[in-house]
Write a protein that binds this ligand. Structure first.
Ligand SMILES: Nc1nc2c(c(=O)[nH]1)N[C@H]1C(S)=C(S)[C@@H](COP(=O)(O)O)O[C@H]1N2
Ligand SMILES: [Mo]
Length: 262
C-alpha cells in the first residue's frame, strides 16, 4: 500500500469542513504537479492537514508522527540544494500579506524596535547580539515567492532581507552543523535543516513590498524560505541557534511534518 493510500485512512469523516479539506487536497496536488514540492510532500501536506483534525486521538497522532518522521528523511533525501523555487512578478504581490498565527491578529503583540535584539547561540563563533540597526545595515536580497500554508491558502509575497547563508557565514556559524533553530517574541519556535538554511532563497526578512515588515507579519525579523511551507517560517525572531541536536517547533511538536518542504 502506498503511503498516500494509507493516509486516506486518516481522512476526517465527521465534524470537518469537507469543502476546506478538498480545497487543501487540491492545493497539495497542484503543488506537486508544479514540481515545487516533490515526491512525498503530498503525504507530508496531508499528514499535516489531517493531523490537525486527529489532534485529540493519541493513537492516530502517534501513527501520523511515525509516518511523518519517515517522510522527513525521504524529503531530506530529495532536497536539491541548487534547485530554485519559482519566483513571480511585482504585480502579483499581495498587499498587505495574508496574516496567520496560532492566535488571531487582534492578539498580536507588537515588538518594540528599540528593545529588540537578535541573540545568537550554539555553534556560532561570534555570539554578539544584533540590534535592528546592525541588521538593517547588512546587504539586502529580495525575492517574490509563494507562501503556502497547509490550511489550504497561499499568497505571493515580496520579501527582502539578509541572505541567511551570508549571515551565518558572517557570524562564524558552523555550517556543517545539522540544524538552525529559531525563538520568537511570541511562544512560537521553529527549526530548519542546514541545507535549507544555506539555500539561496532563504532570507532573514526585514522588508515586505519595499517597506519594513508590518507588526502582524513578523516585525522586525522573520524567516522567509522559498522551499518550505508557511509554518516553517518563524515570525518575530529573537534568537537563532545552530545545533546538531534536532530541535522541534511549535507545530512540529504537535505532530506536523518536521521537514515541511522540498
Ligand atoms: N512567531 C510565529 N511565527 C509563525 C507563526 C506563529 O504563530 N508565530 N505561524 C506560522 C504559520 S502556520 C504561517 S502560515 C505563517 C504565516 O505568515 P503570514 O502572517 O505572513 O501569512 O507564519 C508562521 N510563523
Ligand atoms: Mo501555516
Amino acid at each position: 500500500m502506498t503511503f498516500k493510500r494509507r493516509l486516506s485512512l486518516f481522512r476526517p469523516k465527521t465534524g470537518v469542513d469537507q469543502g476546506a479539506f478538498e480545497a487543501n487536497r487540491r492545493l497539495v496536488d497542484d503543488i506537486n504537479r508544479r514540481g515545487i514540492l516533490r515526491g512525498t510532500l503530498s503525504l507530508g501536506g496531508l499528514v499535516m492537514l489531517t493531523g490537525c483534525e486527529a489532534g485529540h486521538d493519541g493513537a492516530i497522532n502517534s501513527a501520523l508522527r511515525a509516518v511523518s518522521e519517515l517522510n522527513d528523511s525521504v524529503q531530506a533525501a530529495l532536497f536539491r540544494p541548487d534547485h530554485l523555487a519559482p519566483t513571480y512578478s511585482a504585480d502579483q504581490v499581495l498587499r498587505p500579506p495574508r496574516f496567520n498565527a496560532f492566535y488571531g491578529i487582534d492578539d498580536v503583540e507588537a515588538v518594540d524596535a528599540k528593545d529588540w535584539k537578535l541573540e545568537l547561540a550554539g555553534s556560532i563563533a561570534t555570539k554578539k547580539a544584533w540590534t535592528l540597526d546592525d541588521i538593517y545595515a547588512l546587504p539586502r536580497q529580495e525575492m517574490i515567492i509563494k507562501h503556502i500554508c497547509v490550511e489550504g491558502w497561499d499568497y505571493i509575497g515580496q520579501w527582502a532581507g539578509v541572505n541567511l547563508r551570508s549571515f551565518l557565514e558572517r557570524v562564524g556559524a558552523d555550517t556543517k552543523a545539522r540544524y538552525v533553530a529559531f525563538k520568537c517574541a511570541d511562544d512560537y519556535t521553529g527549526s530548519i535543516d542546514m541545507a535549507t538554511a544555506l539555500h539561496p532563497q532563504t532570507l532573514l526578512a526585514t522588508h515586505y513590498a519595499g517597506e519594513p515588515l508590518g507588526d502582524p507579519y513578523g516585525f522586525p525579523l522573520r524567516l522567509r524560505t522559498a522551499t518550505k511551507l508557511g509554518y516553517k517560517n518563524p515570525k518575530w525572531i529573537t534568537a537563532i541557534e545552530v545545533t546538531n541536536v534536532k530541535p522541534g517547533g511549535y507545530w512540529e511538536d504537535r505532530g506536523f511534518n518536521w521537514f515541511g518542504g522540498i
